[in-house]
Design a protein around this ligand. Structure first.
Ligand code: HEM
Length: 336
């Protein structure tokens, strides 16, 4: 889309103005800012006090038991053999804090490991392994195409179709979406980092990686309690019951990129034969509704990384960080 063909991108995270992108186009100046992202996400009637994306969720807590197998690749404390506590949040995508769990096309797991430590690590993961698009401008366009028409309150299928037709980079995402069968529990989904990061090793080496939280082999595949399709909180109720019986366990699996893989493009899956390292296991021992959990006041900013990890140049990461901060500011002003 020519209006978004940019000549310059200026990053300025964290300022009160919150301007993240200045985009110069042939048609004059247009700009995408954190505010514009969040305005678009929250829509005309924001749900005050809630996250402007992934508004519905609940809090979890537990510990990461590191195997130490990632220590040769990263000097981060969290990857040395041992344990690190975490606070997390399980959510569904969307802006409605009372949306039915079973209708959401995307489920999510966010973690703050070593919460409160100077060397803490935050990660927010989604069920798809790739993004549909690879730039903030295209993501803004995608959100605009998916937004309900203000006149009808309905999505416009022609507009959505036109968006995907003009973005061939959406192919891998669409292929995943076609084959995805939602599971019957948040405990049995795979959650992906999607964006790549670098591990910084003790000898100064740098390795591009993506990771995923993968249900541990002995995870019960069936829902613990029969899911009531009419209960908007069906998945949440199942998880709360499950964690009371036993910890919910995920392997934290890292995929190591080859030098030929592009770590800056989250639309392209890496070949399946790339080496994988199981960094350890996430044990979720507690789950509680957000209102009385510890996760409400956390901004799961993907650029909060410990020494021993670093961001790639993937432009989505900067846009995420700025938009999460803007969403956090709005909801904190309203309710924290
Ligand atoms: C430019 C792209 C993106 C934008 C603008 C965006 C925007 C947002 C915003 C505004 C929030 C609410 C933050 C808060 O109030 O705390 C959010 C939450 C979240 N996002 Fe994104 N997002 C993007 C891409 C992604 C990607 C690629 C992933 C997955 C890897 C992701 C996963 C999540 C998750 C899991 C949450 C909920 C975290 C929580 O439980 O607090 N987002 N996103």
């Amino acid at each position: 889309m020519s209006a978004f063909r940019y000549a310059a991108v200026v990053l300025a995270v964290g300022s009160l103005a919150g301007v993240i992108y200045v985009v110069a186009s042939g048609a004059g100046q247009s700009s995408i800012t954190a505010q514009r992202f969040v305005n678009l996400q929250e829509g005309p009637t924001p749900h005050e006090g809630f996250r402007r994306a992934h508004a519905k969720g609940f809090c979890v807590a537990g510990e990461f038991q590191s195997s130490g197998k990632l220590a040769p690749y990263s000097s981060a404390q969290v990857f040395q053999a041992g344990q690190t506590g975490f606070v997390g949040r399980i959510s569904i995508a969307g802006t409605n804090p009372t949306a039915p769990d079973l209708r959401s096309p995307v489920r999510s797991l966010a973690l703050s490991l070593g919460q409160g430590d100077a060397n803490g690590w935050r990660t927010a993961m989604n069920t798809p392994p790739v993004m549909a698009v690879g730039t903030p401008e295209a993501f803004y366009e995608q959100l605009s195409a998916l937004a309900p028409d203000p006149a009808t309150g309905q999505r416009n299928p022609q507009r959505i179709q036109a968006f995907f037709a003009s973005h061939p980079e959406t192919q891998a995402f669409l292929a995943w979406q076609k084959g995805y069968v939602p599971t019957q529990s948040f405990a049995t989904e795979r959650y992906h980092s999607i964006n790549a990061f670098y591990l910084l090793g003790p000898a100064g080496q740098r390795q591009a990686v993506r990771w995923a939280a993968v249900p541990a082999a002995d995870t019960l595949a069936e829902p613990l309690t029969a899911l009531n399709p009419n209960d908007p909180d069906a998945l949440q109720a199942e998880f709360l019951a499950r964690v009371k019986q036993a910890p919910v366990v995920f392997d934290l699996v890292f995929t190591l990129a080859a030098s030929t893989d592009n770590e800056n493009d989250p639309t392209v899956p890496w070949p399946e034969d790339r080496p994988q390292v199981v960094a350890g296991q996430l044990l979720i021992r507690e789950a509680r509704p957000e209102a009385n959990g510890q996760c409400k006041g956390i901004n799961f900013d993907p650029l909060v990384l410990p020494a021993g990890m670093a961001a790639t140049e993937d432009p989505i990461l900067r846009a995420r960080s700025a938009a999460y901060a803007e969403s956090f500011r709005r909801r904190a002003r309203e309710s924290l």
